[in-house]
Design a protein around this ligand. Sequence first.
Ligand code: ADP
Ligand code: MG
Length: 265
Amino acid sequence: MRVVIEGVSKRYRGRRGEVEALRSVSFETRDGEFVAILGPSGCGKSTLLSIVAGLVKPDEGRVRFLQAAGGPPPANGRPLTAVVFQEFALFPWRTVRQNIAFGPEVRGLPRDQVAARVERYLEMVGLTPFADKYPKELSGGMKQRVGIARALANDPEVLLMDEPLSALDAQTRSLMQLDLLRLWEESQKTVLYVTHNLQEAAFLADRILLLSRRPGRVRAVVEVPFPRPRTEALQASPAFAAFCQELWELLRDEARAAMEAGEDG
Ligand SMILES: Nc1ncnc2c1ncn2[C@@H]1O[C@H](COP(=O)(O)OP(=O)(O)O)[C@@H](O)[C@H]1O
Ligand SMILES: [Mg+2]
């Protein structure tokens, strides 16, 4: 599935006046591509993701979804998308297993199919021993794995992730990056992954969509030159450091200007 973003603009109107969040953003993913959306705080990354998810309407432009050659077009023009949010957003009154089962249940899948799917994703994210625990009994990293398993259990064609690791400590975050890569390599979904962490973008993505400060505009589209499967050794290599430095040079002026204008939030 390809995601085609065409001339998307968005303004929010509030009591304190108008905020121009995005201006004429155009970008097209490839099939099964992992795209990182990188930009300073407040530049409209979450807004862009919400527009792709169909949760927010753009003022101008549109988002189209194109099936791979030979595949059927998505029903009513929208494929199934699933979103993983930064703040986990799990149901506290449901166990891990019940959280993961939620999407397939709501979509009316037969019971045995729901159960099989849930067990598969529990296994994939390594949470089988914790299936009957409640979210409050889990660590941050485990909660986020539940969030990811819950999104994948919907079998979405497009997976949207909004800073899914930013609430985690550095070690958990590194481990989760590796887990995410492994999951994605297995599933081959098209992923849009919002982050403000350039190392994370460089490690995970095929390409990076770099946004300017607010209003978010396409500043650059950067091809990540590292082959897959990627390992921790890559992160320690001089080539990786050099690439991150290049990204930082593209991002630096935008980040500084956003900070000085107090736009970061
Ligand atoms: N629902 C909303 N109402 C008003 N302003 C909003 C709303 N959502 C976001 N904004 C503003 O739009 C800008 C972009 O926000 P956001 O998309 O969350 O940026 P990012 O995710 O890059 O930090 C920010 O200035 C933010 O305060
Ligand atoms: Mg955001």
